[in-house]
Design a protein around this ligand. Sequence first.
Ligand code: ZN
Length: 275
Amino acid sequence: MRIMISADMEGATGVTWTDDVVPGTEQWQRFRRLFTGDVNACVAGLHAGGATDVLVNEAHSSQRNLLLEDLDPRARMLTGRHKPLSMMQGIDSGVDGVIFLGYHAGAGQDGVLAHTYLENSITGVWLDGEPASEGRLNAALAAEHGVPVLLVTGDDKACADAEGYAPRARRVAVKECVSRYAAICLPPERTAERIRTAAQAAMVHAGRGQPRPGGHRVEVEFDATHLALAASAVPTVEQIGPRRVGFDAPTMTEAMKAFKVVTAVAAAAIEGSYG
Ligand SMILES: [Zn+2]
């Protein structure tokens, strides 16, 4: 049983603040350890539930956050950026289940450090008409490969979001959102226990199902008109409103590739404090 963990940082134990997830800061150094602790609890639970191989794919920012030297020796870790499938690199390698660890609510939604790909500037993303978090986008990509989402961890808002896109997945809230930058947090000892138990239980749903291929429509809304204009330079992407673009893709893999280009082009067009 091969399982992949897509590990993001905003939804990790104790994280509530920009510095907590920005590489190089003192707080980031601190929260890397807590983040690694969440991953280790998950790896332990997965193995207890029957996993024989666990690949951890770093999914946050520089994608160099977890401490390899502290990682459970039963896991392997994909670290570093510039991966074609980014947060989901490895989903097409024959895995039997995926975990969304440390996930967060989507852009424009209530949730600790809520965003979708860009930290700000994107005010909303829609997948086939539904408001889409990174979790919803990534779950659609997993479904295309027949891979079930087994467990989602993050704040309570990320868990509520997961209920919509992966109703069979277990959910562990490691903190309760009070605002975008505040949460009531459980200490790592307690979150580790919850994550480990849920990961073990989640293994009952491991096993690939029928791949669900098919086309998808993605729409993205920005906080400024020039970002939509910039993004519309990407082939297949149309400006459909003052701040909104949309595109159709024949597969979810293609949709995610196009979305990645849209975010890169828009990010390059953000100008100082006016955005
Ligand atoms: Zn994220």
